[in-house]
Design a protein. Structure first.
Lengths: 548, 548
């Protein structure tokens, strides 16, 4: 009997109900639809265990209503400082405040607000950032002091490592981009005050991230917060005359505005590498994917794809562009995480529309501002499974990475094999759920650690959403998808690839090859529940435990 | 003791409570904040009498939640016919369905849907159109047959005349553009199914009114319906490949799509005259307004204004452009009802942004599609007093007309002096509420009927929102505004105008002059309540009675 891949003899658990319920460190755990043991009660509420990749039917029939913003038209929205905004919004101990991450590792807003909450002696705050980066590592001190006691949002880097040591009483809740927006819309999360950095706004709060010295691109990630928070405060370093055009965020979702000296450093929007890899192993993977797409007739006129940042993804973007050019055809649209490589495809006429959820460089920001075919969307439009019209569901193909993949095709992007929680979910589940053909690209090993596992340390994306795993030595097709059409398509593609001389392996063979290339890292799992991974529908997919 | 300006001896009423409550034809009427007698209970619900022009605080703290559009991503939104859409949405007797009027007198959607409801034998339908025009006169037959039993929306022309004869049991409820959007958002109206014509959409329902052979311009008026109706059905005659860009209406607000041969004739968007008046009387009024604005330093760099259609308004637009050019200055923005005259101001660089609620000609549609400084907004952003960020509140000046004005500056745009209900409210209340300086332009008489009255037949816009009434013989300033700054500004402007030789009159003098120029039409008021006029906040401003 295993919990998270380890015998129960190794850890402090006791069987409560036969085969489904366990106690670990007094936390009741229940097995979910993917065989992971997850808590039912955390973060101050009840949460259903994950059922299956199709997602559950929403438990609520309607969105939470946003507060009508009754306001005397003669009353100004301008407030002199963050301190005044905190007072005006009546923030007290125990409240929930939210932030967005468009400025990524260049953001100053989160620190400014939390520092001020600390100065005012406010405690026990729950924060709901879309994502935190190394620039926010000072929050560790605010956690130690009790200013922050709960976090629901993506953790990247230092803060994740710290959380993995078990410092917070309540587990961090991780959601995908769309899962977070859905949770806010459906009332899973109630935000008292959203503090949202915008690079440009007018006195009524009409705003965008396209102009001003701290411009960062689209405003997709902050829209759910602005609309559904009880109070929305914009923090800006560029107040312009009414009207601020284009209106990415309407002032109808804004209560107050504070002008500060700087909301952040836009160079911080660069995430990871923005250079195309010259690593031969990675280029092998990229070319292998394109060859599979070619054989499967995916590279055709009117195709669509999801792109991102990171060496392989950038290489794929550029190389796919080359193939489109060579075939003299055009993709209908690409969705990003946008970079200069995607922008150049748009400008060269190789894609019809570039759809933007977040910008990873200044070329993308400029293009989004100036090119009418470069279009900003909300997270709801991007991927929310309950929104009824997503861009991800229209994607022919997507390329995702992972820290680990297992023999059931489950993908981990959150933890490393040593158990440390070092990454958010991002759009991983969103894209895998939506796109018609999902490639997972991973190296066989990283620093000697085999990346194909018997069982991933943490399930981020259920294997049922994955179609093909590609490594530098070969690829494995998932033919266990429950939808017959997809299963058949994957089987056909597998046969074609075999005929065309690809090194097609079963996922078990791939695991054996991976295992033989290195040595599985030993993990020292502690007893403290430090995080839960939610699926896009809000069910609990996996538990993350402390690292001893 | 008077009811609606007539002695109670003339009509069938009895005093129920002293001075405030009356019975007329068994309908309980209560006097409101402007001295009009209005019903408390109509349209299936309770409604508060009008309090004052500032508007009441919303009775609900949150918007009604829209139904989450859970949908299998493999399930198509396409339906083969309106008949199928009616079945799929489960429309039964007594339900509420809504429409928008962007195609105005060219619309075919309302008739197609109601004809089909009739064919299916469905009865007792409440319709919530934004506005109906002569093209919809066949609805008279559907009312006679019992298919439609209730209407809440603007009536123009033939249908209004028919309603005035007292054919409907329940009174029609008239709301301003923003009042309607507010009522939907706050749950005053619950829409079962919205049938919304769009000139272009993709298979997920992303839509606009800018492309396709039936293009009509912005989608501002249909947004509240799409978002808050239990089911939203798009009717289009141009289905395009995904994605339909620009996205004026997101597919996240759409359940089903029906492709028909034609949604209407775009030439029908022309409303009233689109020619600048050459009537000397009207040109006198237009020039008088511009001279007042000049004296009051309203025509300055960065000014903003509301424009519209109709002879005087078009003349004002053109002549204001001439003055801006002469002074070598630029308006920051103008809000329309857009026409080619406004578009040419935008293209000549005389206004920074053109903000579009509805397009009145094809030049406007083209400009909105092609010019990034021509911007589409929702009705919520346009004027909803509870949205917290409206364009109308930022307008320096607006020019409105009326069928009657009275000595308390109240304006009637709904009924003629004979009592017939022939026009909707449109944005009259919205603009008067928001804009800083509101001119009302009326001739002294129309066909011998004095237009300045002792008491208007129907109050559409409370006099407290009006600043200056301009006729061809002179102008009257309202110095009774409760806000001291506005009162003072109007007094100062009045003095300046007197000094500069304008024929400044009191409103009572203007009434005497008007009365002396003609003969007040005698109205034969019946006993049936045929309509109520709601203020922007949902309170009841006035009652409209049948015409004998």
């Amino acid at each position: 009997m295993l919990i998270n891949g380890r015998s129960i003899a190794n850890i402090n658990t006791s069987v409560v109900t036969i085969q489904v319920m366990y106690l670990k460190n007094k936390i009741e755990l229940k097995s979910n639809g993917i065989g992971r043991y997850v808590p039912l009660c955390y973060g101050g509420g009840m949460h259903s265990p994950y059922i299956d990749h199709k997602g559950s039917i929403p438990s609520r029939v309607s969105e939470i209503g946003r507060v009508t913003r009754r306001r005397d038209p003669y009353e100004s929205k301008m407030l002199p400082s963050i301190k005044e905004a905190i007072k005006k919004c009546g923030i007290t101990d125990g409240m929930t405040i939210s932030f967005h991450h468009h400025l990524r590792n260049g953001d100053k807003v989160v620190n400014m607000v939390i520092d001020e909450l600390f100065r005012q002696g406010i405690k026990d705050i729950r924060i709901i950032p879309t994502a935190l980066f190394d620039v926010h590592n000072r929050l560790i001190d605010h956690i130690k002091r009790g200013t922050i006691t709960r976090i629901e949002g993506s953790l990247n880097g230092g803060l994740g490592r710290f959380i993995s040591e078990g410092i917070l009483e309540e587990p961090v809740i991780l959601r995908s981009h769309s899962g977070r927006a859905r949770a806010i819309q459906q009332g899973d999360i109630e935000i008292d005050v959203a503090f949202l950095g915008v690079s440009c706004c007018d006195p009524l709060g009409n705003a965008n991230g396209l102009m001003g010295r701290s411009c960062y691109g689209p405003c997709g990630f902050l829209k759910a917060d602005a609309k559904f928070a009880k109070k929305t405060v914009l923090i800006t370093d560029e107040l312009v005359n009414f009207p601020c055009i284009p209106i990415s965020l309407p002032g109808t979702d804004v209560d107050h505005i504070v002008v500060v000296e700087s909301i952040g450093d836009p160079s911080g929007i660069h995430t990871g590498t923005l250079k195309i890899t010259d690593d031969p192993q990675r280029l092998t993977i990229a070319n292998m994917i394109l060859d599979v797409m070619d054989i499967g007739d995916v590279i055709r006129n009117g195709m669509s794809f999801q792109a991102g940042s990171g060496g392989i993804s950038l290489a794929l973007t550029k190389l796919l562009g080359d193939r489109l050019r060579k075939k003299d055809i055009k993709a209908s649209f690409a969705v990003g995480g946008t970079t200069k490589y995607l922008v150049s495809l748009l400008e060269d006429g190789l894609i019809g529309y570039l759809i933007d959820g977040q910008s990873f460089d200044m070329e993308s920001v400029r293009s989004l501002r100036d090119n009418p075919n470069h279009v900003e969307i909300s997270v709801d439009q991007y991927a929310n499974l309950h929104s009824g019209a997503t861009f991800t569901e229209m994607e022919d193909v997507s390329f995702l990475s992972g820290t680990e993949v297992d023999t059931e095709f489950n993908v981990n992007v959150n933890t490393h094999s040593d158990g440390y929680l070092l990454h958010g979910i991002g759009g991983h589940q969103d894209v895998a759920y939506g796109s018609k053909l999902t490639f997972i690209t991973v190296p066989l090993t990283r620093k000697g650690n085999p990346i194909i596992k018997d069982r991933v340390t943490t399930v981020t994306t259920p294997g049922k959403l994955v179609d093909i795993v590609v490594t530098e030595v070969g690829l494995a097709f998932n033919t266990t998808n429950v939808r017959k059409e997809v299963r058949q398509r994957n089987e056909d593609l597998e046969s074609l690839c075999k005929k065309n001389g690809f090194n097609v392996m079963s996922i078990d063979e791939l695991r054996r090859t991976s295992k033989a290339s290195g040595m599985d890292i030993l993990r020292k799992e502690g007893n403290k529940l430090v995080a839960t991974i939610q699926y896009i529908d809000g069910t609990t997919l996996d538990s993350v435990w402390s690292v001893k």
